[in-house]
Design a protein around this ligand. Structure first.
Ligand SMILES: NC(=O)c1ccc[n+]([C@@H]2O[C@H](COP(=O)([O-])OP(=O)(O)OC[C@H]3O[C@@H](n4cnc5c(N)ncnc54)[C@H](OP(=O)(O)O)[C@@H]3O)[C@@H](O)[C@H]2O)c1
Length: 436
């Protein structure tokens, strides 16, 4: 019986799930590999004596990553350490030694993807990364294989479970963001340092993995418009509901033919849109493509076992390639869908178009609304709806909430910098983009 020797780097959340799944589903995996088995030979960790989430033979553990990479028998290296620099070094070294790679590390791929994919191609090895986006939701396979014959026009997705959990809780409980974040951290739903999640960077990394698969165009994180959740207040959920929307942490990527747009921000979406029903820690990816039309992929975007499903499925696929001697044959990144358009320009933030929700806090005096409307009009921003509430107390500011028709981001930002400078405007205007 053939054994596929595998080395694992990292035995944290996801690594533990991988060990458990390889054990729990060993028979099914062997069956799917035509009788061959995945043989976990070594596991590199930082501290050998730390308590672990799974039972593991202590003889497999090592604090020497080199001993995994240098083991000539190991054919597949699973990278589950996380971070960018060390992971890049280890993955490159493994590739140079002819080992196939499975990783869940979106930050690594977003920042060093070009270098790693080029190295994998040069050395004729596979580099699989299903778990890097959507956890257990097989969106990479859907884009790479299921839609290989189609042309993706647009992708709209919720790919950060922590952000979705925070916004869902704010929608349900109308409490301030900081309070809900603190509670989520205490319960372990959010990291102690929540920056990557709540400021949009984790989602931006994932978008950088998805865009080349959708459009055949590479993108760097700095080219993505990224906005986090911190400025959203309970009052915004109230107005959203009044206008028929919910607020979701979206990533949006669109093919404009000559250019591609990519953005990450909290977004108002109509209640009837399928993504509006994706709540809590769940992820979902909505894809619009030329021949299939709309399709959606939904499930648990993180966690020990869901993420392990994607990692182990990749290990099975690489093992199949090894067994059929077809490893490294086709680069995993899809070629440009139309075949000849090649790398396209990424639209700058100012060029993006959207509808907008603008919440102004102004002094309650005649003429203020007209002043706002004038500045918006002068910048080609036309108003769709306006709501103005009376002052709660004499002299306190009032909220004026405006939704706009499609407008150019550059014009909106210029108009807001003028509006925010008016003596009648008492707080920075809250902007949330609308998607429909
Ligand atoms: N958690 C999720 O739900 C999830 C979902 C999708 C993707 N991912 C991605 O999966 C990867 C792993 O995430 P995770 O949550 O499993 O991380 P984690 O719980 O922090 O585990 C990291 C593991 O790497 C080991 N490690 C770190 N530096 C090392 C080094 N220099 N040498 C040897 N071992 C080292 C740690 O060893 P010790 O245990 O000894 O400290 C630990 O076992 C990340 O790229 C993450 O973005 C995670």
């Amino acid at each position: 019986m053939r054994k596929i020797p595998v080395g694992l780097l990292g035995l944290g959340n996801v690594g533990s799930g991988v060990v458990k799944l390889l054990g729990d589903n060993a028979d099914a995996i062997r069956h799917r590999l035509g009788g061959a088995s995945v043989d976990l030979r070594r596991i590199a960790v930082r501290e050998a004596d730390k308590p672990r989430l799974v039972d593991v033979d202590p003889r497999l553990l090592t604090t020497s990553v080199a001993s995994v990479l240098e083991d000539p028998e190991i054919q597949i290296v699973i990278e589950l350490i996380g971070g960018e620099d060390l992971a890049r070094r280890f993955v490159l070294e493994a590739i140079e030694r002819g080992k196939h790679i499975v990783t869940a590390n979106k930050a690594l791929l977003a920042v060093h993807g070009d270098e790693l994919f080029a190295a994998a191609e040069r050395h004729g090895v596979d580099l699989y990364f299903e778990a890097s986006v959507g956890g257990g939701v097989p969106i990479i396979r859907a884009l790479r294989e299921g839609l290989a014959s189609d042309r993706v026009d647009e992708l709209v997705a919720i790919v950060n479970g922590t952000s979705n959990f925070l916004l869902t809780t704010m929608t349900d409980e109308a409490r301030p963001f900081a309070e809900i974040l603190k509670e989520a951290q205490d319960k372990g739903y959010a990291e102690a340092d929540p920056t990557l999640d709540v400021d949009g960077w984790d989602a931006a990394h994932k978008l950088c993995v998805l865009v080349p698969l959708c459009f055949g165009t590479r993108i760097r994180v700095e080219q993505v418009l990224v906005e986090g959740l911190r400025g959203i207040e309970p009052i915004d959920f109230r107005y959203a509901e009044r206008f028929g929307y919910v607020i979701k942490p979206l990533v949006i990527a669109k093919d404009h033919g000559d250019s591609v747009e990519a953005r990450v921000h909290p977004t108002l979406i109509p209640r009837r849109f399928m993504l509006a029903a994706v709540n809590g820690v769940y992820n979902a990816v909505y894809v619009s493509s030329y021949a299939l039309g709309s399709s959606m992929y939904y499930g648990r975007g993180a966690g020990m076992m869901p993420t392990a499903v994607a990692v182990v499925s990749d290990v099975i696929e690489v093992s199949r390639n090894l067994l059929s001697r077809s490893s490294g044959g086709a680069p995993l990144r899809m070629p440009t869908p139309s075949g000849d358009r090649g790398q396209r320009r990424i639209r700058a933030a100012g060029e993006l178009q959207s509808r907008y929700y603008l919440r102004f806090a102004v002094v309650d005096k005649p003429g203020v609304l007209a002043q706002l409307a004038n500045i918006l009009g002068e910048h080609e921003i036309s108003i769709s709806e306006v709501v103005q509430e009376g002052a709660r107390k004499e002299g306190s500011p009032v909220a004026v909430v405006v939704t706009t028709h499609q407008a150019l981001e550059r014009n909106v930002q210029t108009a807001l910098s003028l509006i925010n400078g008016l003596p009648t405007v008492v707080e920075k205007t809250r902007l949330i983009r609308i998607f429909e």
